[in-house]
Structure formats: structure tokens, C-alpha cells
Design a binder for this molecule. Structure first.
Ligand code: F58
Length: 834
């Protein structure tokens, strides 16, 4: 009966896709079986689930690659201007369900697999996440390429084809263990190697200064090493599958397998060592979130992928325009996703000046029309700086070029704007003077770009007022805002099919590309029947998540309880510790008063800590220890549960987000540039408890103040408090509950037999100054949760809030972000692919 209702329900979805791609479930099934035979070399009787998954992907690829080829051909024929999105990270997650959603064949595929006695969702679970990113920045890049293809813009994403993506997290005895992620150990059906487009990249060596017969200087870089860059192409399917763009990821190789001239054994082995070094470049993603690693290999990764990409861009440009550089800025815009690809600026200068022999001013004129830069953070420890010494060793010619850019900038731009002002010059210089000279990549990006954007209104305002005020004065209008967004295809339609179907009954079916249409749901916010349906879907999603929780942690949770979710990288500024302290306070209240009035609550965390970030790992441990204690304490009668789900990643987010009642967005005001998980959760009907930080402010504006719960210090209050001298001890002594909870960390209550195992957390909040003002915001946070409790106990009111949240998140469609980039920065035209 389940399958007959599915068939009836989805009849219209199936006929819609037949109209477009002419495929019935029977035909899709035949295609899958054919691939099982000819591509996988197996048959129906012995095929593993993995083989079925591979065969299903191959069936999808029959459409995907055909559209990709057509798109590339059209873009070439029409000689379109394109954006080149340079990013060290693309956190793509899984492709199968997403590509099916975007092609419109989800129901066809699900029915086809059903006819083969397979469960569609189980087959989808076979796919490893493509986790070539850390967190928000990498996932933003993934949402952006989806939107670019959906809107039909010519675009290419450039990055690194890491062999190992972000580590897999295991939790053992409460502690995080890191295991390598081998996402493509057994091949990846979504990528194609393009050996015909290999690039060679120089590194190290020295620069020779030469003079020609006219006495003109020429610089020649004699590299110490050449590395090969091998491109892997991954098709990015837009919704509706008209445009399929390409994500091109570079893999490093030694420039030759080994030197065949060397016949002695020692030489053979040396050559092998060189191979290993060359292949190290694309081996592994640096797992830091919001800190600058400062390591040589990281600088080489940055240069490697920028140099490969620029050569690729120039090759394509020359195919249409020959050696005439005049049209280059009209055809090419490169978006720098943070400062990580900043070295692309001196690299393009090097090619124009040293190779194409353009004069400096002409070359610089081109550069400044081509690059735009997105800033994702104000945290000082995340602002990239490279030591001049390291730069000189790895990229000697680029260092010279940077010095030249800098001296011309200081003389021609800063001096006229701030005459005789050495202090400003010192501040704006790309080179930071000091004990060790450093190259400031942020300054290089601002100087080399025609636009610089922050990622939410408040963040962009702070970029102007606090980070780059003098640049804003020199170039008014260069610093701007583009508020982040998320793709509603993955983050609503595909991850929450039940809610999507309900929405489609009340809103035009094209809401996944016109998300503002969800506004119509506002009219149903007080409709009893609609409330019931909406909350029933939330409940069903919670039932599903409860199963996942049981599987992963063996903890039983009650799906009628309030599900409160905090999912994001573990960082002190994001303040998971504030959430934890409040949970401990609730636990204490329940112990002191078994009748303490609160709805049943489940607190759920998902977070990876950077492997070298000590305090973050302590917080992971503390959450798990508190969870152990609370979950097994019969005195509190299951009124409180705490769950830490291991290995948080895109595919786990897709299961958690549809099941959230409350979304924790509790960073210290001024620290979270935007956030994007906040948008995904609200879109799926979660109520935000949050500070006035990043995009939370805009979410509150859209949803209305009654439909979010705001607490804590504002940016201005934070500044004022810091200025007057913040003392966390004041809050400790003034709040009996807070003091008691913090003192708990010194005992062995949560770590039996090991007193003080959690004491570092208390120390960081008192002795080390509480950098992120957790204690200052505690009382207000606790009050905000009391408000949440009261609202949740009024189920009609809660349903209304949840619905309004879904209805009002249209702004946070990444299509809108991309359209902002197009209008204000990239100036692209959409290209129709027939
Ligand atoms: C994030 N940055 C911001 N950086 O923290 C978040 O507020 C924002 O929504 C998001 O970007 C998208 O704009 C972020 O994720 C990193 O992960 C970098 C990785 C490489 C080292 C430096 C941090």
C-alpha cells in the first residue's frame, strides 16, 4: 500500500519529468540494469548495494554529461563572459539525490529502484560525502555553483582535487578521534579526468634580472621544480537541468613519472621521493576553521590551484581572442573566495608582464578589472599572513611583484589621500614590518580587486568601519555587501520531501526557484488544518532523526520532546560552551526540583573540532561527558537528553535540519560573519534562538521579531564592555546558578574518579578572560530559553512561528545572493542552453 500511495501521489511529478526528459520508471530501470551489466560488470543476482548505486549514478550521468557538453559548447560558441569562482574548498556533499532533484527525475528513479526491489533512500546512503571543505565557506561555494547553473550563468568553479577531504570524526570515550576521509577510494562516478588539459606549474628557484638591447629590464624566473596539475571535471546540474556547469578540481602530480635517464638505484628512489612530494600538494584538505595554518604546503596548495586555473582561463580566452588582451576583462571575472586564492593576483601580473610583455600599468589595469574578493571573517587569527621569507623561497618572482604593487600603491594612492601619514601607510602596506616581515593577503586582495564584499549586512558594515576603514575612504563604493544564501533545492526540496510536497499544494510548483513565493504560507499560519499538517511533518522528521540518533549513539529520545539543535564547526566564538552551561543549569534545576516546569527537551550537537584546537576538543569531551551523565540519570525522568552526533557533515545535516524545533545561533555579536546553517534551519521551520550577529539580524527582520528569540549583547554593547574592562568574575559572583554550574567543572560529577578533568573550560571562562563573553550573555540566554519553553507549550503559537519562519526565508535563497553578485559585481548575462 505504501508503494501504491507513493505512485498516486507522485503521478504528476513523474509526468512532469517525462515531458522534459522522456523517461518512464521502466525506461530508467532498464538504463540502470544496462549499466549494472556494461559499466559495473555484474548482474542483478550478485550486485552489491554499492554497485546498484554506481549503476544508478551512471544512468543519471547519461543526461548530465550530455547537458554538460551542450552547455560548454554553447558558452564557447556565444563567447560568453563568465565568472571563475576560485575556492580552496567546495563542500559538495552527495550528488545522487541532488542531481535527480535538479533533473526532475527523483520519483522516476525511486519507482525504478522499487521495481528492482531496492529502497531508493538506502541506495542513496551508499554515496560517500564529497567533503572538500571545512564549513560555511566551503558549503557556500557549493550552494553558489548550484545557483549559478540554475540561473543559467556561465561559470566555472576552480579548486583542489584533494585525495582526502575533511577528516572523519569518531567519538571514543567522549573524545574526538580523527580518521582520514577517503571519499574516492573506490572511484567516483561524478568526475571525469581531463588529461588533455594538464598544466605545468613552477615552484621555488630564483629570479634572474636581464636587460634587453633597449636597456629594458626583464625578469626571468628559473624554477627549482615543476609540478603537473591534472584537472578533474565534475558537472554541476542546475535546477531544471538546462545549464550544467563544470567544477574543475586540480590534482598534483610529478611532472614525469620518474626521470628515465637515471638508471642507478639511488636515482630511481630519489625520483620516487620527488613524486611523493609533488603528489602531497593535493593529498589533504587543511582542517582548520577560522585559523590561519601558515604552513609552506598550504601556500603551495594556494599557488598550485591558482596557477593551474589562470593558465586554464587564459588558454580558453586565447582560443577565442588570440594574443589580444584588450577583451580579457570583458570576458573574465575571478571571484576570490576569501584570501586563500590571493596569489592569483601577482600570478596574473607575472604572466602579463613577464610572459606577455605588457607594460606594468596596462597589466595592472587588467588585473584590477578582473578580481573581486569576498571576506568571510573579522577574526584576527583567521586573517592570512605569509612570512616574506617563506614567500621568497616558494615564489620568489611573486614576492618581487607584490613589492612593486605595494610601492606603487603607497606612492600613487595612499600618499595623495593621506599626505605624509606614515601611520596609515604602515597600516595599509601589503608588507607588515616587524620582527618577521609578513605579507598581508587581505590588503593584497583589497588593493588588487575592483570590489570587496562581506557576507551579511552587519559584517560588511564592520569590514568597512573596523577592518578596512582607510580603504573605504580611498575607494568609496568598493567595499560592499552580498548577504549569503543557501540553495533551497538541497536544503528544502530534496532534504525535506514531505514539507516540500505540502508546500507545493499551496504555493506554485516553481517555489524552488522563486522562494519568495513561500510568503503565501503566511496566510495559512493560523489555519488549524495547515498547522496540524505542518507539525505532523515536523514530528515525522523527528521520528526519523530519533532512529538515526539511536543508531549512532544508542540513546533513546522521545520525538514529542523539543528538539534543540546546534550544528556548526566547534569554535569558542560560536559558543557551544554557552549551550552546554545552560544544559547543565537545566539539569541542576531538575535535580533540585523534580517538578521544574519545562517541556521535555533534547539538545543535539553536531560539530567537528580542528585537530589542533585544544579548547575545542575539550568542549567536545565535556558535551559528551555531560550527555553520559544526564541521559542515564533516572531522577530526571527523561525530561532532558543530550546527544552529540558524531561526524557531522552535509549528509547528516540533511537529516538533522528537517527535524529541528529550535536553531541555536549563539555566537558573540560581531564574530560570526553571516552563518548559513541559521538560514537552512529557519527555512525548515525551526525557531531561532540567537544573538544579533551575522545573518541572524536579517533573519529576524524577515521573520519578524515575534518569530525569533533574540538575546545577548549587541555589537556596540560588546565594544563598550570591552572598553570599560570586561571581568568575567563579576558575572560568576553575581549569579548563583552560573557559579554553581562552573564549579561543577572542578568536581568529578561528570567524570567519575577523575576530578577536574573538565576544569580547563572553567579556567578559559574565568582565568583566561572569557574572550567570547560567554558569562556576560549567560543570564540573557537562560531567559531566552525560558521564553522558548513557554512558546513551545502553546502548540498553536509554536506552529504559527514555525510556519512563518518557513514562509519568510525567501531572501536567503542563494539564487538571490548570486543575482546580487551578478548585478553589482560580475555583470554577467544569462546564457540560454537549448
Ligand atoms: C565562514 N567562514 C564564516 N571559514 O565563519 C561564516 O560566518 C560564513 O557564513 C561562511 O564563512 C560563509 O560566508 C569559514 O567557513 C573557513 O572555514 C576557513 C577555512 C580555511 C582557513 C580559514 C577559515
Amino acid at each position: 500500500t505504501k508503494s501504491t500511495t507513493r505512485r498516486k501521489k507522485s503521478a504528476s511529478a513523474v509526468s512532469a519529468s517525462i515531458a522534459q526528459f522522456g523517461m518512464t520508471p521502466e525506461q530508467f530501470k532498464e538504463c540502470v540494469v544496462r549499466h549494472l551489466h556494461v559499466s559495473l560488470g555484474t548482474d542483478e543476482n550478485k550486485a552489491s548495494k554499492k554497485a546498484w548505486w554506481n549503476a544508478t549514478c551512471a544512468a543519471v550521468n547519461e543526461i548530465v554529461f550530455e547537458r554538460a557538453t551542450k552547455t560548454q559548447k554553447t558558452h564557447f560558441q556565444k563567447d560568453t563572459r563568465a565568472v571563475h569562482y576560485l575556492s580552496l574548498e567546495f563542500l559538495m556533499g552527495r550528488f545522487l539525490k541532488n542531481n535527480l532533484t535538479n533533473i526532475g527525475l527523483t520519483e522516476v528513479a525511486a519507482q525504478a529502484l522499487e521495481q528492482l526491489d531496492l529502497d531508493f533512500n538506502e541506495i542513496c546512503e551508499e554515496e560517500p560525502d564529497m567533503a572538500l571543505g571545512n564549513g560555511g565557506l566551503g558549503r557556500l561555494a557549493a550552494c553558489f555553483v548550484d545557483s549559478l547553473a540554475t540561473l543559467g550563468y556561465p561559470a566555472i568553479g576552480y579548486g583542489i582535487h584533494y585525495e582526502h577531504g575533511l577528516f572523519t570524526q569518531e567519538i571514543k570515550h567522549g573524545r574526538q578521534l580523527e580518521r582520514p576521509d577517503s571519499w574516492r577510494e573506490y572511484g567516483n562516478p561524478w568526475e571525469i579526468c581531463r588529461p588533455e588539459s594538464i598544466q605545468e606549474i613552477p615552484l621555488y628557484g630564483y629570479v634572474e634580472t636581464k636587460y634587453d638591447e633597449n636597456g629594458r629590464i626583464h625578469k626571468e624566473w628559473h624554477p627549482g621544480r615543476i609540478i603537473k596539475g591534472v584537472p578533474w571535471d565534475i558537472p554541476v546540474v542546475g535546477y531544471g537541468a538546462k545549464t550544467v556547469n563544470i567544477l574543475r578540481l586540480w590534482e598534483s602530480r610529478a611532472s614525469d613519472f620518474f626521470n628515465w635517464d637515471v638508471f642507478n638505484a639511488g636515482g630511481y628512489l630519489d625520483a620516487q621521493v620527488e613524486n611523493v612530494q609533488a603528489e602531497t600538494i593535493s593529498k589533504v584538505l587543511y582542517p582548520n576553521d577560522n585559523t590561519d595554518a601558515g604552513k609552506e604546503l598550504r601556500l603551495i596548495q594556494q599557488y598550485f590551484f591558482c596557477a593551474c586555473s589562470i593558465k586554464d582561463i587564459i588558454r580558453r580566452y586565447k582560443r577565442a581572442h588570440g594574443d589580444n588582451w584588450d577583451n580579457f576583462p570583458a570576458q573574465v571575472v575571478m571571484q576570490l573566495n576569501d584570501t586563500h586564492p590571493a596569489v592569483a593576483i601577482p600570478e596574473l601580473m607575472r604572466i602579463l608582464v613577464d610572459r606577455a610583455e605588457l607594460d606594468w600599468d596596462k597589466a595592472w589595469g587588467i588585473c584590477q578589472k578582473v578580481f573581486a574578493y569576498t571576506n568571510h571573517t573579522l577574526l584576527p587569527e583567521a586573517l592570512e599572513k605569509w612570512s616574506v621569507r617563506l614567500f621568497e623561497k616558494v615564489l620568489p618572482r611573486h614576492l618581487e611583484i607584490i613589492y612593486e604593487i605595494n610601492s606603487r600603491f603607497l606612492e600613487e594612492v595612499v600618499e595623495p589621500a593621506f599626505p605624509d601619514n606614515d601611520e596609515v601607510k604602515r597600516k595599509l602596506s601589503i608588507i607588515e614590518e616587524g620582527h618577521e616581515k609578513m605579507v598581508r593577503m587581505g590588503n593584497l586582495c583589497v588593493i588588487g580587486s575592483f570590489k570587496v564584499n562581506g557576507v551579511a549586512e552587519i559584517h560588511s558594515k564592520l569590514v568597512k568601519s573596523d577592518l578596512f576603514p582607510e580603504f573605504d575612504k580611498i575607494w568609496p563604493g568598493k567595499l560592499t555587501n552580498v548577504t549569503n544564501g543557501v540553495t533551497p533545492r538541497r536544503w528544502l526540496k530534496s532534504c525535506n520531501p514531505a514539507l516540500s510536497n505540502l508546500i507545493s499544494k499551496h504555493v506554485d510548483e516553481d517555489w524552488p526557484v522563486h522562494l519568495d513565493k513561500l510568503q503565501k504560507l503566511n496566510d495559512l499560519a493560523d489555519d488549524k488544518k495547515f498547522q496540524k499538517e505542518f507539525m505532523q511533518i515536523k514530528h515525522d522528521n523527528k521520528v526519523e532523526l530519533a532512529k538515526v540518533i539511536k543508531e549512532l549513539t544508542n540513546v533513546d529520545v522521545d520525538p514529542t520532546a523539543l528538539f534543540d539543535i546546534q550544528i556548526k564547526r566547534l569554535h569558542e566564538y560560536k559558543r557551544q560552551q554557552l549551550n552546554l552551561i545552560h544544559i547543565m543549569a537545566l539539569y541542576r534545576r531538575l535535580l533540585q526540583d523534580p517538578d521544574y516546569d519545562m517541556p521535555k527537551r533534547v539538545f543535539i550537537f553536531g560539530a567537528k573540532a580542528a585537530p589542533g584546537y585544544y579548547m575545542a576538543k575539550e568542549i567536545v569531551y565535556a558535551i559528551n561527558k555531560v550527555a553520559d551523565k544526564v541521559n542515564n540519570d533516572s531522577r530526571i525522568k527523561d525530561k532532558l537528553k543530550v546527544v552529540f552526533l558524531p561526524n557531522y557533515r552535509v549528509s547528516l545535516a540533511e537529516k538533522m535540519i528537517p527535524a529541528a524545533d529550535v536553531s541555536e545561533q549563539i555566537s558573540l555579536a560581531g564574530k560570526e560573519a553571516s552563518g548559513t546553517g541559521n538560514m537552512k534551519l529557519a527555512l525548515n521551520g525551526a525557531v531561532t534562538i540567537g544573538t544579533l550577529d551575522g545573518a541572524n539580524i536579517e533573519i529576524a527582520e524577515e521573520a519578524g521579531e515575534d518569530n525569533v528569540v533574540i538575546f545577548g549583547l549587541t555589537v556596540d554593547e560588546v565594544k563598550a564592555k570591552k572598553a570599560e574592562g570586561y571581568n568575567p568574575w563579576d558575572y560568576y559572583y553575581a549569579n548563583e546558578e552560573l557559579k554553581a554550574v562552573l564549579d561543577w567543572f572542578d568536581t568529578d560529577y561528570f567524570t567519575p574518579g577523575k576530578p577536574g578533568e573538565l576544569a580547563e573550560i572553567k579556567r578559559s571562562l574565568l582565568d583566561y578572560g572569557d574572550t567570547y563573553m560567554t558569562l556576560a550573555d549567560y543570564a540573557s540566554y537562560s531567559d531566552a530559553h525560558k521564553k522558548i519553553d513557554a512558546l513551545y507549550q502553546d502548540s498553536a503559537k509554536w506552529a504559527r512561528m514555525a510556519i512563518v519562519n518557513t514562509a519568510t526565508m525567501g531572501k536567503f535563497n542563494s539564487d538571490r545572493s548570486i543575482q546580487d553578485y551578478v548585478n553589482n559585481i560580475w555583470k554577467l548575462d544569462p546564457c540560454n542552453v537549448e
